[in-house]
Ligand binder design. Sequence first.
Ligand SMILES: Cc1cc2nc3c(=O)[nH]c(=O)nc-3n(C[C@H](O)[C@H](O)[C@H](O)COP(=O)(O)OP(=O)(O)OC[C@H]3O[C@@H](n4cnc5c(N)ncnc54)[C@H](O)[C@@H]3O)c2cc1C
Length: 388
Amino acid sequence: MSNSKSNTFDVIVIGVGGMGSATCLHLAKRGVRVLGLEQFDIPHGLGSSHGYSRMIRLAYFNHADYVPLLRQAYLLWQQLENDYGGLCGGGKLIHLTTGLYIGPPGCRVVDGSLKACLQHNLGHDKLSHADLAHEYPQFTLPEDYAGLRDHSAGFVLPERANSAHSELAMRAGAELHGREPVLGWTSDGKTATVTTTRATYHAARLVFTGGAWTVGLLKDLGVKLLVTRQMLGWTWPRTPDHFKLGQFPVWILDLPDGDNYYGFPMMPDNPGFKFAYDKRGIPSEPDRLQREPTADDEARLRPFLKDFIPSADGPLLSIRACMYTNSPDHQFILDRHPTHPNVSLACGFSGHGYKFAPVIGQIMADLALEGRSTLPIEFLGLNRFAKS
Ligand SMILES: Cc1cc2nc3c(=O)[nH]c(=O)nc-3n(C[C@H](O)[C@H](O)[C@H](O)COP(=O)(O)OP(=O)(O)OC[C@H]3O[C@@H](n4cnc5c(N)ncnc54)[C@H](O)[C@@H]3O)c2cc1C
């Protein structure tokens, strides 16, 4: 049974993961009555926001229009860390380490990041092959590889950040329900009704932040979202001190075929050297995801270490599965529902969304309460998929 005095809210947020927990906080801080509904525990490790670290970078090769949103995200991450520490006794949420982007001539990661640096006046250093060999001897690189150092990059801690957003949301008055899957919803344009395994709720506005489950929750969206299985690996390096937090950066290494590997410095509470392959994984359904690693998963990850970071090619500590929810153009979808004006949605984060979580929370609160956001999100609207 619901603990709520009434089952009517101003806004209901469906999915309290990375984006939903941030949305609940931003709505609650604006004084509205908000209910967040989550099918699993709050927090949990079964969606897309687990694995101890998520890279954050300002020199954005994916699309330079994200940079203004990232600047706001950086401010909000810092504010979240301060509030979490001050109100809840929480620890650090963001580590700035610098970012190292490496690749062959003309590659997207180095050239695209440089373009964003020049366009938005971001601190960076260009690194030749000789510079890389001197400053980052952990990498063994082909002669034609060069690099770029992004002064503003680092990583955020997703499990802790989801906890911070959730706890601060509740302290600001939001009601969050874990272990309460949403079974269905309707809207007549003015009032929405949401049915869960426990109760029926009503609200003037609905926000969907269902991650990989969006495909089932929003069947009439008219945009194809592809969920893929993505694997993360951790090894114990042969020379662990060479990968220490405070000395070693977050990094992305582009391969000649355009795929890339990326990774992190070693960090407390998560032993080992974390790295992953950014290539789109096997298409999956979130409720049928193969969570247990297979022998193939390690076989796919390992050769990269042997070739490019041999001193990290030590014993395997762990392999975990996660999900990307890919939009057709790999960019996010932040908009109001095409046929229900009181419903808005944030989905299709395509493997690069977590660093934006607090600013997505702000944007979704804007869309729910004002119908529009003052932040520049036009390039992320649904109408870009409209057939001409
Ligand atoms: C391996 C991997 C590495 C990544 N690396 C990075 C990185 O370095 N930097 C970066 O910025 N991003 C990265 N990302 C992407 C980023 O993690 C995701 O974009 C982000 O976590 C998506 O958040 P979300 O809120 O959409 O999904 P989730 O956090 O999964 O939240 C969706 C929530 O909705 C809930 N839900 C769904 N259906 C229902 C229902 N019917 N009823 C109730 N609740 C429901 C789910 O249980 C879940 O909690 C990575 C992703 C992966 C998989």
